[in-house]
Design a binder for this molecule. Structure first.
Ligand SMILES: [Zn+2]
Length: 126
C-alpha cells in the first residue's frame, strides 16, 4: 500500500505519552478537508484524520485526544470498538435527543477527555 498521511515527528513522539511509543510510531496523520459531523478529527485504528492543520510540535490537544482513541482501538480491536461506540451513542441519542450530549457520554470519549486532561497537566509540570 502506498504511504498515506504522515508519521508523528520526534517531538510528537516525545510529547504524546498517552499511548505506547511503539504504537505511536505506527500512527498516520491524514489531513482532510472535513470530517463528517463537523468534528475536528476522527480516528480509525491507527489512522487519525484531521480537518484542521496542527503544528507537528507535540502541542496539539486535538491530536493527544485522537491518540487516546488509537490506544483504545489497539486494546479493543476495530470492529468491537466501533460496535461499542455506536451501541453507546445511538440509545443515548434517542434518550437524550441531543447529538452532542450523546456523543460526549460515549465511554471512549469520556476516557479520551480524561486522559487528554492528564496529558495537559503533565505538560504543564514539565
Ligand atoms: Zn474523541
Amino acid at each position: 500500500m502506498a504511504r498515506f498521511g504522515r508519521e508523528l515527528s520526534e517531538s510528537e513522539l516525545d510529547s504524546y505519552d498517552v499511548i505506547d511509543r511503539s504504537l505511536a510510531r505506527t500512527v498516520r496523520i491524514v489531513n482532510v478537508p472535513f470530517v463528517p459531523g463537523g468534528y475536528a478529527g476522527i480516528t480509525f485504528g491507527r489512522f487519525v484524520y484531521l480537518a484542521k492543520p496542527i503544528p507537528p510540535d507535540g502541542t496539539s490537544t486535538l491530536l493527544a485526544h485522537e491518540l487516546v482513541h488509537v490506544g483504545q482501538y489497539q486494546q479493543t480491536g476495530i470492529p468491537r470498538y466501533i460496535y461499542r461506540y455506536l451501541k453507546s451513542f445511538f440509545p443515548d441519542l434517542v434518550r437524550m435527543k441531543n447529538w452532542n450530549q450523546a456523543y460526549r457520554a460515549i465511554p471512549y470519549e469520556v476516557e479520551a477527555r480524561q486522559e487528554t486532561g492528564k496529558w495537559q497537566r503533565r505538560r504543564v509540570g514539565r
